[in-house]
Design a binder for this molecule. Structure first.
Ligand code: PHB
Length: 387
């Protein structure tokens, strides 16, 4: 037997199998989401939304069955590189999907960049992910922290509010939401007179509420989410501030939380790329399917998970399931119009949704659509050099 020829034949056969494996067989999706802690329910909604879209496609995207690998990221940035690396290196996932917390998402973006792995961020708004850390394989189906903050700054300035106190968790999402708000609010003639914060995920708000009462601003702008948002809104009302100093926020403060907040949230105005009463055929169908599948009401997190799967499908269809074709995958998404329950959106050059930001008002158990606060708002993508 001719050794060289056999070796060559084997190598070719192996190559064929390897190439083949890129387009057929199961597509491995690594879900890195919080299953514990203040953001646990947000992680569940994202996963539900993602799975709903896949189920609607018969369990396959671009002809490939989906196999899930899961990690609870605990919303803990200090464990994030290890957690993401496990999915990429141990489980060999084709695509990472995650997460909720901005600090964790920035670590995921680093891992995705270093390994040239596809990453779709289905919530975390860290501006850097589609800014200085942007990359050919990194996409977001949600928002940048700047977007809802900026839109609310415009709304509140137009309402003639002058002096505002901000309050949030001290980490990327809180800081950037307040920064976006402040940029637009001060451009519109308002002034942020005090910026209050506490470490994530603390919920001892009492001392800060006393400071707000003493400062007597025209209004308060806030970013909290999940379990922390529930407690903040209840504490704000219990401190007697609700009827004295109107509380505004990025819409996460009342999304997926109204059941638990009850009356304490009633009447609040917030800004977000989703609302409960859009009443479009697309959103109604989505909400019905979601409620049937999970016995839960859809919220913004469910939509972002659903759209992460839609974005993956658009990219995969363009490369016929071959995830090694990164440039073609990205080019398809940059041209796409995603038919989201929130309303259609496109994807910017830095891979963040360009989308309408709605003004909503809490009425009963719903974040009711009031108006479009900002039409087709694009994150500036500051610092992004696509590579
Ligand atoms: C974030 O950390 O970026 C974050 C977390 C929860 C939200 C929104 C943003 O609801």
């Amino acid at each position: 037997m001719n050794f060289t020829r056999t070796t060559l034949a084997c190598a070719l056969a192996f190559g064929a199998v390897a190439a083949h494996a890129q387009t057929t067989g199961k597509l491995k999706v690594g879900l890195m989401l919080p299953a514990t802690g203040t953001f646990a329910s947000l992680g569940t909604a994202i996963e539900n939304g993602f799975r709903l879209y896949v189920a609607e496609q018969g369990g396959k995207l671009a002809g490939r069955e989906i196999e899930f690998f899961k990690v609870d990221d605990e919303s803990d940035p200090s464990k994030a590189v290890d957690n993401a690396s496990k999915l990429v290196k141990r489980d060999n996932v084709d695509v990472l999907v995650g997460t909720v917390h901005s600090g964790v998402a920035m670590a995921m973006a680093k891992v995705a960049r270093d390994n040239k792995t596809l990453l779709i961020v289905p919530n975390a708004g860290a501006d850097a992910v589609t800014g200085p850390m942007c990359g050919e394989t990194i996409f977001r189906s949600s928002f940048s922290n700047w977007q809802p903050g900026y839109a609310m700054g415009e709304v509140m300035a137009k309402r003639g509010l002058k002096n505002v106190v901000t309050i949030t968790w001290k980490y990327a999402a809180g800081d950037e939401s307040v920064r976006g708000f402040k940029e637009a609010f001060e451009k519109g003639g308002g002034k942020v007179v005090k910026e209050l914060s506490l470490p994530f995920p603390n919920v001892e708000f009492q001392a800060l509420l006393t400071e707000i009462a003493a400062a007597r601003p025209d209004a308060v702008y806030t970013f909290f989410a999940g379990g922390g948002a529930v407690k903040f809104v209840k504490d704000y009302a219990a401190a007697g501030l609700k009827d004295k100093i109107p509380l505004y926020g990025a819409g996460f403060i009342t999304d997926g939380t109204l059941e638990a907040q009850g009356d304490s949230a009633n009447g609040m105005f917030t800004s977000l790329h989703y609302a409960d009463s859009l009443n479009t055929p697309r959103d109604n169908a989505f909400r019905l399917a979601y409620a049937k599948s999970y016995k839960l009401q859809a919220d913004v997190y469910a939509v972002q998970g659903y759209d992460a799967a839609q974005m993956l499908a658009v990219g995969l269809d363009a490369v016929k399931g071959d995830v090694s074709k990164k440039a073609e995958f990205a080019a398809a998404l940059r041209k796409a119009r995603i038919d989201s329950p929130r309303g259609p959106f496109t994807i910017s050059a830095s891979h963040n949704p360009v989308q309408d930001i709605y003004l909503r008002q809490v009425g009963g158990k719903e974040n009711k659509f009031v108006s479009i606060a900002s039409k087709a708002l694009a994150d500036p993508g500051r610092g992004c050099r696509m590579q």
